[in-house]
Design a protein around this ligand. Sequence first.
Ligand code: ATP
Ligand code: MN
Length: 149
Amino acid sequence: MISKILVPTDGSETAKKAAKYAVELAGQIGASAILVSVIDKTLFASQSVPSIAAPTHLIEPIEDYLRQVAEACLDDVERLCEKKGVKSKKVVRRGHPVEEIVKEAERSKADLIVMGSHGKSALKMAVLGSVTFGVIHKDTKAPVLVVRR
Ligand code: ATP
Ligand code: MN
């Protein structure tokens, strides 16, 4: 019933915990894993950073760096997959995390999404991070499994 698990990660401790859970589960049921990390474009597009104050020659190195960080997060989970004999695929996207996660879930025909309750934000009091909240409230076909921090 579950043959493909989507594992979104932002490199946070909770996302790592969720990824570990997802990989263990995938190993047990013989599913494969799609590892996805989204470079949050909204960070650049915010009103507090007008485009004139963020010219391309400044944005590009930041984006390159963020891409490297995203790749590194996925490499960690990929290694875990290899250890557990789980087939995996890495996907780096750029855009709004909720939109891109949901789009990737549909594109890759994931049967389950496993993600953390929280991420990198300093807002530790929030009941649920906004990315997870957003994914749950989108009309996704796949059920969402939330791993607590
Ligand atoms: P917020 O971002 O709302 O201030 P937060 O950072 O604590 O709060 P979320 O961003 O919702 O919480 O993170 C919850 C989970 O969503 C993470 O554990 C991770 O699985 C996933 N996630 C968050 N951001 C991304 C991202 N950019 N790419 C992929 N997955 C992400
Ligand atoms: Mn976040």
